[in-house]
Design a binder for this molecule. Structure first.
Ligand code: SF4
Length: 59
């Protein structure tokens, strides 16, 4: 599973980091996505909740 993140579209609500911290992380100021750290349906649910459509499930 691959996730595309569009920094320009992101409103930086931080919603996904709160919703699924094992997958969506900020480390040393860098945004990191590790989709394999949770079940696919959980990750897809968080993507759907992104308020600015900055996250896309691409694979
Ligand atoms: S949930 Fe969407 S808008 Fe919020 S920080 Fe993540 S990508 Fe950005």
């Amino acid at each position: 599973m691959k996730i595309q993140w569009d920094e320009k579209q992101c409103s930086h609500s931080g919603l996904f980091v709160k919703s699924l911290p094992e997958v969506f992380k900020v480390e040393n100021g860098q945004f990191i996505i590790e989709p394999d750290k949770a079940a696919e349906n959980e990750v897809v649910n968080v993507i759907k909740q992104c308020p600015s459509s900055a996250l896309k499930h691409i694979d």
